[in-house]
Design a protein around this ligand. Structure first.
Ligand code: SF4
Ligand code: SF4
Length: 112
């Protein structure tokens, strides 16, 4: 079991989730975060912290389409352990449908 970041994080990336994760298993893309399913201990602490309601357990139907992307990008994006600045237009993108095509495969900066 693991938790999964889904579509509504795209271009929101508030990063409240990374602050609470006890095992630092978030990885940062240019406009999206993912959870490494091999590191997540399934504690569920991050789920209610996400302002965009983008995090689901992998047993939830909402997670199915995003589980593989979390696994794949966690292997190539840098680890993020501290909250950085959210995008200036994050609130404008919050809750918008149809963001999947906007997912950037580029890595984020991560936490040095
Ligand atoms: S808190 Fe939610 S929207 Fe923000 S980075 Fe984490 S998963 Fe994405
Ligand atoms: S469920 Fe727990 S361990 Fe997994 S990503 Fe969220 S806070 Fe981290």
């Amino acid at each position: 079991m693991a938790y999964v970041v889904t579509e509504n994080c795209i271009k929101c990336k508030y990063q409240d989730c990374v602050e609470v994760c006890p095992v630092d298993c978030f990885y940062e893309g240019e406009n999206f975060l993912v959870i490494n399913p091999d590191e997540c201990i399934d504690c569920g602490v991050c789920e209610p912290e996400c302002p965009a309601e983008a995090i689901f357990p992998d047993s939830d139907d909402a997670a199915a389409a995003w589980a593989q992307a979390n696994r794949d990008y966690a292997g190539i994006w840098p680890n993020i352990t501290r909250k950085g600045e959210a995008p200036a237009d994050a609130d404008a993108w919050k809750g918008k449908p149809g963001k999947a095509d906007l997912l950037s495969p580029a890595p984020g900066k991560g936490t040095a």
